[in-house]
Design a protein around this ligand. Structure first.
Ligand code: F6R
Length: 244
């Protein structure tokens, strides 16, 4: 079942998503949050930081698992997703960093790292809320369009569309890593609740396909139509192709 929240703009979207996460933390202080990087959740993280500094929410008992990490980049590299999470959220809230998990992009044996990451996730008794963005090709995490829905954490080769989209954050397109480690679709679907956030006209076409079109691994986010508790928080621009 999908619940859709339509917001006026990115700011309202960020507040609404922060409301959902705050409610979760208030109801269950030991929550396990599945987190995403990218532009979409930055406003949400800012709002969570603000609420935490005001004392409205508390991260002291929270554990987190991130969706993905570039392969071949270490956590202190400012392009890594670990660095992104530290600087956008973890460094500014009262979280115990030893309870925050991001796949290790520098692991020499990536397959072993994927297995390790899956056992970390399964040791947590379920992710309470998994936050997601959506790529222009419908990817969630780094699960790119393919023939089947991948189950667990695995290594992926990034598509040209994703490399191009992510190059905005690098000095040049050649600097964008070509591979990443990502949770699988199976892991994402196992979360008790998934919250996908989408903002901007450039996401309108893929939001329509993913949430109102055929469920297919060619549009990985479309599987969320089968999730028992999926929430789409999208602004008017991202919903502009949908009749709602
Ligand atoms: C990031 C991630 C990606 C992004 C997606 C959208 O951890 O898993 O799937 O959510 O690429 O990125 P933005 O939000 O930058 O448009």
């Amino acid at each position: 079942m999908i619940t859709i929240y339509k917001t006026k703009n990115y700011e309202e979207l960020s507040r609404k998503t922060a409301d959902i996460i705050s409610a979760q933390l208030i109801l269950k202080p030991h929550s396990v949050l599945g987190l995403a990087t990218g532009s979409s959740p930055i406003g949400t993280y800012k709002e969570l930081v603000r609420r935490c500094s005001e004392g409205t929410i508390d991260f002291s008992k929270v554990s987190t698992v991130n969706l993905d990490e570039y392969r071949g980049i270490s956590g202190d590299n400012d392009q890594s997703y670990r660095y992104f999470m530290n600087t956008n959220l973890f460094d500014h809230v009262n979280i115990d960093k030893t309870k925050t998990n991001v796949p290790d992009g520098m692991a020499t044996d990536s397959d072993a790292e994927c297995e390790r990451y899956d056992s970390v996730v399964s040791s947590m008794n379920g992710v309470d809320i998994q936050l997601l963005g959506i790529g222009h090709d419908g990817h969630i995490g780094f699960n790119e369009p393919c023939e089947t829905f991948p189950k667990g954490t695995h290594v992926v080769k990034l598509t040209e569309t994703t490399i191009k989209a992510n190059s905005r954050l690098f000095a040049s397109v050649d600097d964008v890593p070509r591979e990443a480690l990502t949770m699988g679709i199976g892991t994402i679907m196992a979360a008790k609740c998934v919250v996908l956030i989408a903002s901007g006209k450039d996401k309108a076409e893929i939001v329509k396909k993913a949430f109102f079109g055929e469920v297919t691994p060619l549009i990985p986010a479309s599987i969320l139509q089968f999730h028992k508790n999926a929430i789409l928080v999208a602004d008017e621009d991202a919903l502009s192709e949908c009749n709602i």
